[in-house]
Design a binder for this molecule. Sequence first.
Ligand code: ATP
Ligand code: MG
Length: 587
Amino acid sequence: MPTENSAVATSPAAAASQPQDFIRQIVRDDLAQGRHAVVHTRFPPEPNGYLHIGHAKAICLSFGIAREFGGWCNLRLDDTNPGKEDPEFVEGIKEDVRWLGFEWHALRHASDYFEVFYRSAIKLIKDGVAYVDDLDAEQMRAYRGTLTEPGRNSPFRERTVAENLDLFVRMRAGEFADGSKTLRARIDMASGNINLRDPAIYRIRKVTHQNTGDAWPIYPMYDYAHCLSDALEGITHSLCTLEFEDHRPLYDWFVDKVDLPGHPQLWQGLVEAGLHTEPAKPRQIEFSRLNLSYCITSKRKLAQLVSEGHVDGWDDPRMNTLRGLRRRGFTPAGLRLLVDRVGVSKQNSVIDYAVLEGCIREDLDATSARRMAVLDPLKLVLTNVPHGHEEMLSFPNHPKDESFGTRELPFSREVWIEREDFAEVPPKGFHRLKPDGEVRLRGVGIIRCERMIKDGEGKLVELHCTLDPDSRHGLPGADRKVKSTIHWVSAGHAVAAEVRLYDRQFDVPAPDGEEDGKSWLEHINPGAKRVVQGWLEPAAAQAQPEQRFQFERLGYFVADRFDHRPDAPVFNRTVTLRDIWARQAGQ
Ligand code: ATP
Ligand code: MG
């Protein structure tokens, strides 16, 4: 039976042909022209939250390209914002990347390079292209200008190199208050690209850092730290999302002005510290974000869902975090398949959530054993089966894959069926069980409904049926045609289970952008989690945590990673067998 790891080799994702997109084309051309000996990428999350479905695209791309071209991909924690970042998230990110099926070449932190960043800033000051500014944040904004108006030079822009050096060294020594001084690049306050209007390089923040403690009262800005980290690690192709396109000129500016390959004294000590480095000039390439309908993919908003108690944590199966999706039963191969299907381009678009569900179903159909479970039970008594009769029936675990083997399923006089599989007054086109009607009991034979038993209030509590002995599975009469087959479990053998029925977290395609005056929080789907007590065949209850099944006719389910025990089973519904949302929308 396929396991999690072998899924890498056997999944539909792996079977798909090698993706062809503009980034892979660039990589191929660069290799053909001998520009790089080895392709080296990186995935650079900020450890201020857990990874979400959008990150899956960035991970699959950077790690995937490295793997396809025999290169390397680093996992780099972009930890330049102390206070918002947490070691808990670092561990979570590592776990999620591995779960998706990838392993990093080296694990790095932007904070590993704080000393290099500092020395490089000194170089920029000495070269006359960086200065210490005393404007506060508000004044700086006012001086920056707008998209249509050029900015104005700061009155501190013409400080001498000596003065700038003195002030910057004192900033580093902790002499000045938070926000009172900033180190800025001296580029062009009139640039059409606002990112080039003397962007900040360092700000003063006396905050304890999770790795460097209180060693630094100043912290580098993202635009400065990111490109230099890429250069230090010898990253050849730095892949990021489109919102960084306007930052690329600044990325290149810092890389060129600092020139790490030409100035080994700047990164002296890194190798001794065990951080092998071979600085090079990296190239930034942007691609469009993965946006999914019915989803929120902003860490800030996901954090809000957690902190305000709308969900039971970052790994709540309603969440579109990787750990939420994992707990819900989504598979790494299914997510990789989604990224392949969606492809890579510079075109921003929103992918229908149904595409994701389709990918998950495709993977689960191939990789999940079948089981029977009843979620809304109605007792059915087979009156011509003797009291105390007990029989073990052999069932294939997978209809299309014999390698899954078979299992034994107990059958007896009393079974549970799904309440909705019976209709006293059948609507038009209803082919399941009805008074005097016949249906096939999956793997058993054809039954006829003889009597309904109701309680004092008229509620149906039991059905009495007879089993046609000639129609038993395996006998010649089993071929007799009936319109429907229903699933069941033996009432005396079934194991009670908590079953958590999950659905989309939001009730509109664009919870964030609906123009109906409602906040995104008001679009939380109240039906996204429903808990019922169901009955499982014994072989389903015996599952290991995270084992996935198709419960026949109901959907794909996973034994909860944390709460499931064979003597107290807990299953989560991953996805229904068909798209119920499209039907509701009349598609
Ligand atoms: P958020 O805005 O939710 O905080 P982020 O982009 O700030 O997300 P990072 O931790 O900085 O999160 O992201 C790490 C990498 O993942 C970046 O290179 C970023 O471009 C990429 N990424 C983030 N969201 C998506 C997405 N929806 N689709 C593709 N890549 C993404
Ligand atoms: Mg970010």
